[in-house]
Design a binder for this molecule. Structure first.
Ligand SMILES: Cc1cc2nc3c(=O)[nH]c(=O)nc-3n(C[C@H](O)[C@H](O)[C@H](O)COP(=O)(O)OP(=O)(O)OC[C@H]3O[C@@H](n4cnc5c(N)ncnc54)[C@H](O)[C@@H]3O)c2cc1C
Length: 441
C-alpha cells in the first residue's frame, strides 16, 4: 500500500517501475534510452505478466493466446521484432456458420476489405446473405479501415452491441461474421464494450494481418527486456509498500527513487495505491490439444458463429507457428470467452465442439493444458477513456492496459505515455521522441 514514509536507503535509482509486464517494460525502454536509471521490480520469476508461454513436453503453450495485428503501431516499434519473426495467420478468417466453414477473404487495407464481400459472395452458399449484403459489409469495413482513429473516437458512444444494430448491416451479416469477430477481438461475448473501442478493434483488424509471436507470446516481453541495460529488471522481487520516494520489497528491503511507476495491472495497483479504480474484467480460457493428424493444414483462425459449444475461436497453432510443437506433432489451441464449463466436463465439451468446427473426430486428441484467467482483460464499457491519465502527480505514475485500451497495443502505449510524462517532470529531453504523443496510437 502507498505510504507517505520517506525512504532513506542505500539503493537509489531515478525511477522504480513495479511490474515487468509489457507496460512496465515499455516505460523502462523509453526511459533508459533517454539515459534515466531505472529499476524494474517483478514479483514473478519471469518477465511478461499476462504474456506468458509454458514449455510442456516440447510444446510451447501460451497462457493467453494473444491475437496481435500488424496494424498495432506501438507493437511494430519494438526493436528487433522483425528478427524474432511474426507468424501470420492466413488473410481474413474462417467462419463456422450454419455448420460449414467459410473464408472471409483477405483484409489488409481499405481496398482489400472489399474482397471480403467478393469472397463471401462467391462461396457455394454464402452464409452472410446475398451479393448486396456482401457489398454492404465490404463497404462498411473499407470505410472503417480508411477512417482516422481520432474520427472513430469522436463518434457517439454506446455499447458495441447497440452500435452494431444501428450500422445498417443485415442481422445475418452481424450474427454470422461481425459479432463473433468482435467478441474474439474484445474478449467480450456480450459486446457490452464501448462502441468506440469496438470500432478501434475492427479498424485494426481491417487494416492489418493477424499474427502471433514466433515461439509464443512470451517472446515479446523477452525481446523488450533484452533492449534494457543489464541489471535493469529484477525478477522474484515483490513490492509490498510504495511511496513517491521509494519502495519496500519482501526480498531486498527498501529502494529509493525520484519517481515511481505502478505497472502492475489494475487490481495490484489499487492494492498499492488505494483509491485507484478497479475495473470489471473479462475472463478467458485457453485450451491446448495435440492430435495424431492436423485437422486442417492452413494457418487460419477459425471463428464459431453458430454458438454450438464453448469455443469462440481455434487454430492449428503448429501450422501457424511450427516452433510451438515438436517436429511432426500437432498443436491445436482454442479460446473460450466468459465463464467456462465446469472443469470435470470441460475437455469433453471442448473436443465435441472442435469436432464440429473442424469436421473431424476428436476422440483421440490429447489434452495438453488448460489456462483460465478470470481477469484476463479489463472491461471497457461506455463511457471509456482510452487515454486515462498516467501521471497522478509529479513523481507518481501508473500505466498498464487499464489506463488505455485492454490490448497489447494499449499496454505498450500507456508505458510510453508514462515515460514521456516522467521525462517531462525530470526535465529530460526524450531521446526517442520530440513531438507530442497522439491522443490514441
Ligand atoms: C488470456 C488472455 C488473452 C488475451 N488476449 C489478447 C489479445 O488477443 N489481444 C490483445 O491485444 N491483448 C490480449 N490480452 C491482453 C494483454 O495480454 C494485456 O493487455 C497486456 O499483456 C497487459 O500488460 P500489462 O503490462 O499492462 O499488465 P501485466 O501483464 O498484468 O503485468 C503486470 C506485472 O506486474 C507484476 N506485479 C504485480 N504486482 C506486483 C508487485 N506487488 N510487485 C512486483 N511486481 C508485481 C505482475 O507479476 C506482472 O508481471 C489478453 C490477456 C489474457 C490474460
Amino acid at each position: 500500500m502507498l505510504s507517505a514514509a520517506h525512504h532513506s536507503t542505500a539503493q537509489q535509482v531515478d525511477v522504480v517501475i513495479i511490474g515487468a509486464g509489457i507496460a512496465g517494460l515499455s516505460a523502462a525502454r523509453h526511459l533508459t534510452s533517454s539515459g534515466v536509471k531505472v529499476s524494474v521490480l517483478e514479483a514473478a520469476p519471469r518477465v511478461g505478466g499476462r504474456m506468458a508461454t509454458d514449455e510442456v513436453d516440447g510444446f510451447r503453450l501460451d497462457r493467453g493466446g494473444q491475437l496481435l495485428t500488424t496494424s498495432y503501431p506501438e507493437l511494430l516499434r519494438t526493436p528487433g521484432l522483425d528478427g524474432v519473426g511474426l507468424r501470420k495467420f492466413s488473410p481474413g478468417v474462417l467462419v463456422h456458420s450454419d455448420g460449414r466453414n467459410y473464408r472471409t477473404g483477405a483484409v489488409g487495407s481499405a481496398r482489400s476489405a472489399l474482397t471480403v464481400a467478393r469472397a463471401l459472395a462467391s462461396a457455394p452458399r454464402p452464409p452472410l446473405g446475398g451479393a448486396v449484403d456482401q457489398a454492404r459489409l465490404g463497404a462498411a469495413l473499407g470505410r472503417l479501415a480508411a477512417t482516422p482513429t481520432r474520427r472513430l473516437l469522436a463518434r457517439p458512444e454506446r455499447t458495441a452491441l447497440e452500435a452494431l444494430s444501428a450500422r445498417g448491416l443485415p442481422a445475418r451479416t452481424v450474427n454470422a461474421f461481425v459479432r463473433p469477430l468482435l467478441s474474439a477481438l474484445l474478449c467480450d461475448p456480450g459486446l457490452g464494450t464501448s462502441s468506440r473501442c469496438a470500432d478501434l478493434a475492427l479498424h485494426a483488424f481491417a487494416r492489418g494481418r493477424m499474427f502471433v509471436m514466433a515461439g509464443g507470446a512470451a517472446a515479446l516481453p523477452e525481446l523488450l527486456a533484452r533492449t534494457l541495460p543489464e541489471g535493469t529488471v529484477q525478477t522474484d522481487v515483490c513490492v509490498t509498500d510504495a511511496s513517491i520516494s521509494g519502495v519496500t520489497t519482501k526480498e531486498h528491503g527498501e529502494i529509493g527513487c525520484r519517481a515511481l511507476v505502478l505497472a502492475t495491472g489494475a487490481r495490484a495497483a489499487a492494492e498499492l495505491l488505494p483509491g485507484l479504480r478497479v475495473p470489471d474484467f473479462h475472463p478467458r480460457t485457453v485450451v491446448h490439444h495435440t492430435a495424431p493428424e492436423p485437422p486442417m493444414n492452413e494457418p487460419a483462425l477459425l471463428l464459431d458463429a453458430d454458438g454450438g459449444g464453448p469455443v469462440a475461436y481455434t487454430a492449428v497453432m503448429s501450422a501457424v507457428d511450427p516452433s510451438r510443437a515438436p517436429a511432426g506433432r500437432t498443436l491445436i489451441s482454442s479460446t473460450l470467452l466468459g465463464t467456462p464449463p465446469p472443469a470435470d466436463g470441460l475437455d469433453r465439451s471442448v473436443r465435441a465442439h472442435l469436432a464440429k468446427l473442424y469436421g473431424t473426430p476428436t476422440d483421440d486428441w490429447e489434452l495438453l493444458a488448460v489456462h483460465h484467467d478470470p481477469e484476463a482483460v479489463p472491461a471497457m464499457p461506455p463511457p471509456h477513456d482510452p487515454r486515462r491519465p498516467v501521471r497522478l502527480l509529479s513523481g507518481l505514475y501508473v500505466c498498464g492496459d487499464h489506463r488505455d485500451t485492454s490490448t497489447v497495443q494499449g499496454a505498450l502505449f500507456s508505458g510510453r505515455r508514462a515515460a514521456h510524462a516522467i521525462l517531462r517532470d525530470l526535465g529530460v529531453r526524450p531521446e526517442y521522441e520530440t513531438v507530442s504523443l497522439p491522443a490514441v496510437a
